[in-house]
Design a protein around this ligand. Structure first.
Ligand code: 0X9
Ligand code: ZN
Length: 427
């Protein structure tokens, strides 16, 4: 009887999941002119839609549209003769499918160990950091960087053959999951950890460089994605309006150009918070960057999706060493392209504003302005091998590949940044 109850509960539990996204659709928008670009963008913002990628002429954009806004949105597109197609009719079905695939992969692997068969939870990753520090005490230590809004520890790894004492060595810092729904970014940091600690095949990387790796930069948001798969921000409640719209976009909350190209509306996905570093998660990252600013050669903030390597600044102003920044960016992109799956597109490299849009308060902009001359935002690929799989969703077969191919890029970048650091010409 008890067993039956459990089965029934599980069954309804699964059915009830992702109910939030029942009838939500993903539209692909193909704008033909600068006027249409602006029109669509403004309307998407007015409707508070979740813009996954901006439409520009020649590059269709994607936007998530809730059920109750589909009519008004479609009418607007038709009236303004904007071309579009509905890429996904019902997002909930896709989310159920992702769960199913990840659960099947987990059952096959039948292991609680950290691997690349599935996407691990915050708790699993956190426990793994301790395990590594225990098993590799000479190279690994775990540091508590701070606590999230909901009190979760923000912990990161320091990997060093000299216990961070040799100040002639460059530091490379990388993080994932600042945007919690970008699940495919977690294997990128976990893979780097594996190749620097567990399965070291290129020892120069760990001999010559001190590494800082923060796998879950937004713990509350990440835990919340188990309830709302497309949650991007942290879980701050102090800016809510009538008890609605929690969360600050942590990648708009850093102190470079804060508030100039972001949203002041808590209901938007790019809400920048009360002030620069108002959020404990971004403040914790700032403190790590500042602590190591004199020798941070490279900073990598891993996001998804779009197959891009972006650099600052978010207002389109280029730093004096932009040529080097672009050059190393291209080398990293080429290294990834050499081993990427043929079904995925080549990486694009460029300044954030030139490639995507203006964005202020970004983590990588801040890191570049105070510490790391080679500072980038990676946008990992969307998985493209199947017709049903979309943007942020993760196909289990791609998890290890995402880690592996991104590591190819990181290695090239880290070596180049370290060489520049040693030559005393950081830029
Ligand atoms: O908009 C963002 O925060 C990033 N794209 S995402 O789709 N993952 O949200 C890009 C941020 C890049 N910002 C800077 N380099 N300043
Ligand atoms: Zn992101």
């Amino acid at each position: 009887m008890k067993y039956l109850l459990v089965v029934v509960c599980l069954f309804y539990g699964v059915l009830a999941k992702h109910e939030l996204y029942e009838g939500h659709a993903v539209y692909e928008i193909d704008v033909q002119s600068v006027e249409q670009t602006k029109l669509v963008h403004d309307f998407e913002n007015d409707l508070h839609l979740d813009i996954w990628s901006h439409a520009v002429p020649g590059h269709p954009g994607k936007v998530l549209v809730p059920k109750d806004k589909r009519d008004i949105f479609e009418n607007f597109l038709v009236e303004n003769r904007v071309q579009f197609k509905i890429e996904t009719e019902n997002v909930k079905e896709q989310l159920d499918k992702e769960d199913e695939l990840l659960a099947a992969a987990a059952a096959r692997s039948n292991s609680s160990r950290i691997g690349f068969e599935r996407i691990h939870t915050y708790e699993e990753v956190d426990a793994y950091l301790d395990e590594l520090a225990r098993d590799y005490p000479n190279v690994v230590s775990v540091v508590l960087g701070g606590r999230s809004v909901e009190g979760r520890p923000i912990r990161y790894l320091k990997i060093s053959t000299t216990n961070f004492q040799d100040t002639s060595k460059p530091v490379v810092m990388m993080q994932s999951l600042l945007h919690s729904r970008e699940w495919v970014t977690l294997p990128a940091t976990l893979y780097a950890i594996r190749k620097l600690v567990v399965d070291v095949t290129e020892s120069d990387l760990v001999q010559n460089i001190d590494w800082i790796i923060l796998p879950v930069a937004n713990p509350d948001g990440y835990v919340f994605t188990l309830t709302d798969r497309y949650w991007r921000k942290n879980r701050a409640t102090r800016y809510m309006i009538a008890n609605r719209c929690p969360g600050v976009d942590l990648n708009r909350n850093f102190g470079h150009g804060w508030g100039t190209a972001s949203s002041a509306n808590p209901c938007q996905d790019t809400f920048h918070g009360g002030s620069a570093f108002s959020e404990p998660e971004s403040a914790a990252i700032r403190d790590i960057i500042l602590e190591h600013s004199s020798r941070m050669a490279m900073y990598l903030d891993i996001h998804s999706f779009g197959s891009m390597i972006l650099y600052g600044y978010g207002d389109g102003v280029l730093p004096p060493h932009a040529l080097h920044l672009n050059f190393v960016g291209v080398q990293m992109a080429q290294a990834i392209d050499r081993v990427k799956w043929p079904s995925n597109k080549n990486y694009i490299v460029g300044n954030i504003l030139h490639v995507l849009y203006a964005a202020s308060g970004g983590a990588s902009d801040y890191a570049m302005s105070v510490a790391a001359p080679y500072s980038y935002t990676y946008e990992l690929p969307a998985y493209r091998n199947s017709v049903w799989m979309d943007g942020f969703l993760v196909e289990p077969a791609f998890i290890e590949q995402a880690g592996f191919e991104t590591w190819e890029g990181i290695k090239v970048g880290a070596r180049a940044a370290a060489a520049a650091f040693r030559n005393g010409k950081a830029v």
